[in-house]
Design a protein around this ligand. Structure first.
Ligand SMILES: [Zn+2]
Ligand SMILES: [Zn+2]
Length: 116
């Protein structure tokens, strides 16, 4: 078994021969994530279309025309974060009418609560 010397990565880390540096692995991960976001697969697209139609029907129901801030409701907000509970995404019990601004605030508050 031949022992080859470790190499010096361009980031300055010394990496075992044949292994990927931490910085390369991080690059792979970021690139992969960006790729996923740019090209949703067919099932995700179908799921999103179904979601959009269901959400639109929900907002047409009586009492669902206004966001809690008083603005016209243009989207469905989730009471419980679907980032933590994705299974509650399609559950009407977890819905409330919302506006774009409040929805964006939900998202910011959610991120602030998440340990980083
Ligand atoms: Zn590196
Ligand atoms: Zn609002």
């Amino acid at each position: 078994m031949s022992r080859r010397p470790p190499r010096l990565c361009s980031c300055g880390s010394i990496v075992a021969h044949g292994a990927r540096c931490q910085c390369q692995r991080e690059q792979d991960r970021v690139r992969g994530a960006r790729h996923d976001r740019a090209r949703p697969n067919a099932r995700q697209r179908g799921y999103d279309r179904q979601w959009e139609e269901t959400a639109r029907a929900y907002l047409r129901q009586p009492g669902n025309q206004r966001c809690e801030c008083g603005a016209p409701a243009t989207l469905v907000r989730h009471r419980i974060s679907i980032r933590q509970h994705p299974e509650l995404r399609m559950s009407p019990a977890n819905w409330r009418p919302g506006c774009r601004r409040c929805n964006a605030l939900d998202y910011i508050h959610e991120r602030q609560r998440e340990p980083r």
